[in-house]
Write a protein that binds this ligand. Structure first.
Ligand SMILES: CC(C)(COP(=O)(O)OP(=O)(O)OC[C@H]1O[C@@H](n2cnc3c(N)ncnc32)[C@H](O)[C@@H]1OP(=O)(O)O)[C@@H](O)C(=O)NCCC(=O)NCCS
Length: 181
């Protein structure tokens, strides 16, 4: 079963607590302050797989997607945006994406990155709905790209959300057709 953990980075963390938390991540990672996402991932793995923090080792695929070494039936993926962090875990390959909603030029970005059907659907939305629709599609496509794990080796414009409703989406990629829940 897919589990999703969401957290908000607090504006202020007591320096002592931060130091204590960062003891649990590598020196390299701890330079990226505050790397609370790594701490979240490690705490989930410790709890779910009954491992000690020192027993956790990560590796990346060719495109940078991290995975837990020696655990084929435990997959995770993380995302961060603004002050929010998310981690999704499952037994199969998984991808998650969150984006902070900003007042961007959704029309020109969609024209560049979305399929013509998605772009046309965006155009017929009224101004109030357009941004939410844009971010919904964007995060779904990014999540798909992150499931596959090939990063931007899969161009966003080759991926199209065909149908979706709550908890269900159908994604079409040039040369493949996959359904995700
Ligand atoms: C790396 C990528 C997979 C996601 O990036 P993102 O949405 O900017 O960042 P997120 O916070 O959602 O995800 C980052 C995490 O994904 C993971 N990740 C890295 N490479 C990955 C890959 N190939 N597949 C899946 N996950 C990956 C890492 O854990 C990374 O965490 P880190 O930054 O702490 O190392 C990639 O698709 C990307 O760069 N997307 C940006 C798309 C873009 O810029 N389009 C043009 C905009 S105008």
């Amino acid at each position: 079963m897919i589990e999703v953990y969401i957290g908000k980075i607090p504006e202020k963390i007591e320096p002592e607590l931060l130091r204590e938390l960062l003891r649990h991540v590598s020196v390299e990672k701890s330079r990226k302050l505050p790397d609370l996402l790594s701490i979240l991932v490690r705490s989930i793995i410790c709890r779910k797989l009954q491992l000690k923090n020192s027993e956790i080792n990560f590796s990346n695929n060719l495109y940078g997607k991290p995975h837990l070494c020696n655990a084929t039936d435990f997959q995770f993926n993380v995302s961060h945006s603004g002050e929010w962090i998310a981690c999704a875990v499952d037994k199969d390959q998984i991808g998650v994406d969150i984006e902070k909603i900003e007042p961007i030029d959704s029309i020109s970005i969609s024209e560049r990155f979305f399929s013509s059907e998605e772009y046309n659907n965006l155009l017929i939305k009224n101004r109030n709905e357009r941004l939410a629709y844009f971010y919904e599609l964007w995060t779904m496509e990014e999540s798909y790209i992150k499931v596959v794990g090939k990063g931007l080796a899969i161009p966003l414009h080759s991926v199209a959300v065909k149908r979706y409703r709550q908890n269900y989406m159908e994604i079409e990629e040039v040369n493949s057709h996959i359904q995700y829940y």
